[in-house]
Design a protein. Sequence first.
Length: 287
Amino acid sequence: MTKKLLAALLFMVVLAAPAWPVNRQILALQQQVSLLMSEMQNLQQTFTANLASLKTLIGQNADNINKLELALNTLQHSVDRADANNGQNWQQANQQFQALSQSLSDLQARLNTANEALQQIQQAQQNLPAPQTTPAATGNNGAAAASGGGGAAANGSPILPAAQLYQNAVSDYVAGSYPLAASEFHQFLKAYASDGHAPEAAYYLGDIQMKERHYKAAVQTFDSVLNNFPDQKVAAGAQLKKAYSLIALRERSAGIRELRNLIHHFPHTQEADQARQELQALGVSAR
C-alpha cells in the first residue's frame, strides 16, 4: 500500500514537473514586457518634452526672424532716405560749385583787366623822356649817378621802387602772365639783390622757368636760391622743384639725390612729404 502511494506521488511529481519551468518563463517574459513598456513610456515622455522644447525654439526663431526682417526694412528705409538726402546735397554742392566757378571766372577777368591797365601804365612810364641834367650835374657826380645801383637801369630807364616792382611781379605771376612776371623778377633781382624779398623773387622766377619747361634755367635759378638763401623758407621748395626739373631733364640719379637731401635737411616739411611720395613713385627708397 505504501509502495503504491509512493509510486502515485512520484507519478504526480513527474507529471507536474514540466509546468514549473513554463511558469518561470512566462513570468520572466511578463517582466521583460513590463520593463519594455516602462521604457517606451519614458521614451514617449522624453520625446514629448523634446518636441515641446523644439516647438518653443522654433517659435523663438520665428520671432527673431520677424524682428530681423523689421530691422532690415527699417535700415532699407534709412538708406533710401540717406540716398535721397545725398542727391539733394550733391545738387546743392554742384550749384554752389558752379556759382563759385562763375565768381572765380569774373574775378579772373577783372584781374586780367587790371593787369592790362597796369601794363599800359608801366609802358607809358617807360616811354616818358628821361629828365635833362644840367651841366653842373655832369662830371664825377654825374658818372656816379649814371652807374648808380637800384634807382635806374643801365640804359637810363626808371626802375620802380622795390616793393612796387615785387608786388607787380607777384600779381602777374598769380594771374598767369609768366613772361611779364619773369621779366619783372629779373629786374627786381638785378636792382635789389639784397632786398628782403630777393629769396621769394628768385624762387618764383625758377618756378616760372620750370612751368615753361626751361628746366636747365630752372635748375640754375633754384641752385642760386639754395646757395644764396639756404636758411630761408623757400629753400625746401627750391630743392624740391630742382629735383623735379632734373627728373624732367632725365637726370634721374641727380633728381633722386636732391629728393633724399631734401628729406634729410627738411624732414618735417610738406616738401619732404612730397619728396617721399615722388621717391615712392620712382620705385626707390628715401635713403
